[in-house]
Design a protein around this ligand. Structure first.
Ligand code: FES
Length: 171
């Protein structure tokens, strides 16, 4: 017999997320490429983020249900990949590489210039919702250090003087 304890009601989907039907189809198609549904997890997260801008809690639940795995597994993958955003971000995300090649070739000056020009620090979004600034590990563009990435575009080497011209392409 169950204990007579009060129930807590959680409103699922309270963060306003609904899995878009075409994204659901894309995720199912992605699953068909793999023997294990877990292998499609990162692609599923990217599909959601591409449309929604970030990955809310309800998306984790929706992806887990679709893949037939636990939400904890999806959450683990989302947490592991630094390019999956679990909080709202601006229209454009500026990722500044702070790994060794960039660190030795002007990362600090570049970071300071970004902070000054955008008026925000890491983890913050400009008031107009245009940019979010985040650190990132090596972007694989060490030949062009110091490097940064805006959305899907990688730039390097970037000097503080280059920044206005680079940023203006992202309204
Ligand atoms: S260390 Fe910055 S891109 Fe590799």
């Amino acid at each position: 017999m169950m204990a007579d304890t009060p129930q807590t009601t959680v409103l699922i989907g309270s963060d306003g997320f609904d899995l878009d039907p075409s994204d659901e189809t894309s995720i199912i198609e992605e699953m068909a490429h793999y023997e294990q549904p877990q292998a499609a997890c990162i692609e599923a997260l990217k599909i959601v983020q591409r449309r929604h801008g970030w990955v809310p809690d309800s998306a984790i639940t929706a992806i887990a249900r679709l893949l037939g795995i636990g939400p904890g597994e999806v959450e683990g993958v989302a947490t592991f990949y630094s390019l999956i955003f679990r909080q709202p971000v601006g229209r454009h995300v500026v990722l500044v590489c702070d790994s060794s090649a960039c660190f030795l070739t002007g990362f600090q000056e570049l970071r300071q210039a970004l902070v000054a020009q955008l008026g925000i620090d890491y983890g913050q979004t400009t008031e107009d919702g245009r940019f979010t600034l985040l650190p990132v590990c090596c972007l694989g563009a060490c030949d062009g250090a110091p490097a940064l990435m805006i959305d899907d575009d990688t730039y390097g080497p970037v000097s503080p003087e280059d920044l206005p011209g680079v940023l203006e392409d992202y309204p």
